[in-house]
Design a binder for this molecule. Sequence first.
Ligand code: PLP
Length: 428
Amino acid sequence: MLKVSGKETDVRTATVVGAYPPWLPKLDNDGWALRSESCQTPNYGVRRVALVRGEGTRVWDADGKEYLDFLAGISVNNLGHCHPRITEVIRRQASALVHCTNLYTIPMQIELGRLLLDHGFADRVFFGNSGAEANEAAIKIARRWNRENRGPDRHEIICFEGSFHGRTMATLTATGQPKVKTNFEPLLEGFVHVPYNDLEAARASVGERTGAILVEPVLGEGGVRPATREFLAGLRELCDERDLLLIFDEIQCGLGRIGHLFAYQHYGVEPDIMTLGKSLGGGLPMGAMLCRERVAMAFSPGSHGSTMGGNPLASAAGHAYVSELIQGNWPARARETGEYLVARFKEAVGTSANIKEIRCVGLMIGIELYARAPEVLVACEEAGLLINVTDGQTLRLLPPLNVSREGVDLAVQILGEAIHAHPAEEAT
Ligand code: PLP
């Protein structure tokens, strides 16, 4: 039996902008949790909050409660919710053409592709619907390029411990976190894992069968851990020496998140293949694999594809989003906001012994605690701040790149209070 909202009055009196969308059944958070439990596969666990509306950095749940969103859909809503420019383009495109197939030329897809290529190293782009699909495309093109140019045995890809590349069979095999692989065996053949930021280990693992190296410039799910410049530059050298393809997974750290349009620009190290996802579609599902010309030619008609990848609606939204990122200079502004946030945070929590390390690149921020991160998360949520916890004890903050200083001040205040209220016994 579903629990129908006992708080419908609250819902009806929510502020205008946070009003409950009239087309949704009127359930509260608990009601939606029960409804979810009754029909959805249990892979996401029980969720306490059902979000029904968003505007800028703010979102509202089904109980009418307002939050400051410092997770941005895990770096998807990078210009905040319902950005007027993106919303307008979605409206316009939805009334012209939502979907056709890649059997036909899709002008908006070409426009978005051109924009990405004109601002980075790549010559060619393939569009899919998610980050995992972008990485699948990267893995497939790397295998095919090696097979066609270097022989049938060079199919092995060196990956890194702590990495996350997706949930499809190839991308979970590439992922360097055992927990995502449990009971999905047998995994794919041809992926090896070495410690992150350990150039010597990477070098030692190159063999006759190695064809590519796949790396996140900043580990996202792995706890917001940036690569060192020396590590990525060393991988580039290694790939050049041994004729391997270097693949950067920028699905979480790309598109402005770490202070440059593309994460490789922060490091000054160019890959041969780069994958994008998350915010790429301006909130609509989209992923992309970008590569150099010599790599792209390993794909031929019929060798790869996607029914929905880069459809007119997602491409139009993505084009509006990337255009706004570039024209608004949001990556550089995000870098300044990140510095401001960390400075304010250090002032606010200077005395907490529960903080182990603060890691920040641009507006990708990880605050590693000694203990009790899940409790801090709940306290933040109760006080109206959405963040998440990754890699055990790391609080992850991925606010919209255009978050205001006032928004940052409020988030820091809530976060500081939540951390102070949860000292780590072993750290005090
Ligand atoms: N790669 C990285 C670095 C990610 O952070 C993610 C998702 O969190 C993925 C790949 C997979 O993306 P998606 O969930 O869109 O398939």
